[in-house]
Design a protein around this ligand. Structure first.
Ligand SMILES: NC(=O)c1ccc[n+]([C@@H]2O[C@H](COP(=O)([O-])OP(=O)(O)OC[C@H]3O[C@@H](n4cnc5c(N)ncnc54)[C@H](O)[C@@H]3O)[C@@H](O)[C@H]2O)c1
Length: 413
């Protein structure tokens, strides 16, 4: 029987990752029964494109439709509210990452799930990418032995000709701590989840540093001769600013045409005063089995991509995945294993089609098809959601208070 789905949040991600593919590719498995958003214009837009009703009241949608599953696809800070209300209404939940943004909301979700007897799935799409999966397979084979340390670096680029993905986080709600938890939650939840999943250990303690270098008011003073506006569309520095951003036709229709209803501006100035997240972050994590992790995230980089090195009792694994820039390999990406006798084994993983290294396509199959085998444990629930966001939440506390933070103490466990 088809499952009834509704959506909390008419977002770009909701449309591209879920609603349109569900309508076009999973019509035998799912029924799209409604979408709610605080902005009626955006709810109407996706309702029309996906041929389902728009609701302007979330409880009314739950009461009218009585869905099997609520897909939570709104701004990060509001995930917990919709997850908990959906569980209390007797629904299962699929939530976009990050599961939530801080310890209090995380604990509330864990408690609500236990109480309800229903299930929350967290959509960690990066786990499903063939490249990421191969790293898990290599570690699980035992070839590295015991994992002693992980060194992980993620670069977000600022090059407009590559799309300036790193810069894009500073144009809208993502750039406010209260909405996203900062990049150590909003973005790093992906990375922490991959690492936790690869090594199969629980993160325990975190110490971190973070700084806003390039964006915000200080960035404007130091690196842009004090240039700042309100938004790119009507900025007097449009011709001079290296980060000038032109809205696409979709963005004009979906965001700009509806901004009078809630003030959500898609092309805010990246030098705005009230940007309060960091663009440069580094941290250390200790795990329950003794592994140590060093991690850095930087949103001011020349190109986009990531590197990981994992040292074990029997050797070292290195992987590098450039996503933009001169070193992108259009055919394959490589993982190397160095044994202790001086030999190197290279594993080549063919580039996969689809968003997030091929992770999106595979995740959708896992979510919407029945009885998909899951021998490597790709599917993620609330504990994985908690263990990844709590590294970021603990790092935020560590940066603010200048101390090592115990994740489980912060969570009140
Ligand atoms: N897994 C991934 O790779 C990935 C990629 C992109 C985004 N995401 C996640 O998807 C979600 C949506 O991100 P996006 O950038 O597509 O969003 P978006 O900015 O396109 O849309 C957010 C929507 O939330 C609505 N909204 C704001 N406050 C609300 C509230 N209180 N209640 C209900 N709706 C509210 C806004 O009106 C807007 O329509 C986020 O959680 C984000 O972290 C995940």
């Amino acid at each position: 029987m088809k499952k009834k789905y509704v959506f909390a949040g008419a977002s770009q991600r909701m449309l591209g990752m879920f609603a349109l593919p569900m309508k076009n590719e999973f019509a035998n498995e799912v029924e799209l029964c409604g979408v709610y958003d605080i902005n009626p214009g955006r709810a109407d837009y996706v309702a029309k494109r996906c041929e389902m009703p728009a609701f302007y009241d979330f409880d009314e949608m739950l009461n009218t439709v009585k869905p099997d599953v609520v897909l939570v696809t709104t701004v990060d800070a509001y995930h917990s509210d919709y997850i908990i209300r959906s569980l209390e209404a007797g629904c299962d939940v699929v939530t976009e990452k990050p599961m939530t943004i801080d310890a209090k909301r995380c604990k509330d979700i864990l408690d609500a799930e236990k109480k309800s007897g229903h299930k929350v799935t967290v959509t960690f799409n990066y786990r499903y990418a063939p490249f990421t999966t191969k790293i898990k397979e290599i570690i699980d084979s035992g070839i590295l032995g015991d994992v002693f340390s992980v060194h992980f670096e993620w670069l977000l680029d600022r090059n407009m000709s590559y799309g300036a993905h790193g810069t894009s986080y500073f144009r809208r709600w993502n750039s406010r701590m209260a909405k996203s938890g900062g990049l150590l939650v909003h973005k790093s939840t992906h990375h922490f989840d991959m690492i936790n999943w690869w090594i199969g250990q629980k993160p325990m303690k975190v110490s971190a540093f973070g700084k806003l270098n390039l964006y915000g008011a200080e960035g404007s003073k130091k690196y842009a001769d004090g240039m700042r506006g309100t938004n790119c569309r009507n900025c007097e520095f449009a011709d001079k600013c290296q980060f000038y951003y032109k809205l696409s036709d979709f963005e004009k229709e979906f965001y700009a045409a509806n901004e009078d209803k809630d003030g959500y501006i898609k092309d805010n100035c990246i030098y705005a005063d009230d940007i309060d997240i960091y663009d440069t972050m580094s941290l250390n994590v200790s795990y329950d089995n003794g592994t140590m992790m060093t991690y850095s995230l930087n949103a001011t980089c020349a190109y986009e991509g990531w590197r990981v090195a994992i040292n074990g009792s029997k050797g070292r694994l290195e992987a590098f995945l450039p996503e933009t820039g001169p070193e992108v390999n259009p055919v394959y990406d490589a993982i190397k294993f160095y044994d202790l006798q001086g030999n190197v084994t290279e594993y080549r993983v063919t580039k996969a089609k689809g968003g997030h290294g091929g992770g999106d396509v595979r995740l959708r199959k896992m979510l919407f098809l029945e009885n998909v085998p899951d021998p490597m444990g790709h599917a993620a629930g609330t504990m994985a959601g908690a263990e990844s966001i709590m590294i970021g939440a603990a790092a935020n506390v560590s940066i603010k208070e200048g101390r090592i933070v115990d994740i489980w103490e912060l969570l009140g466990e």
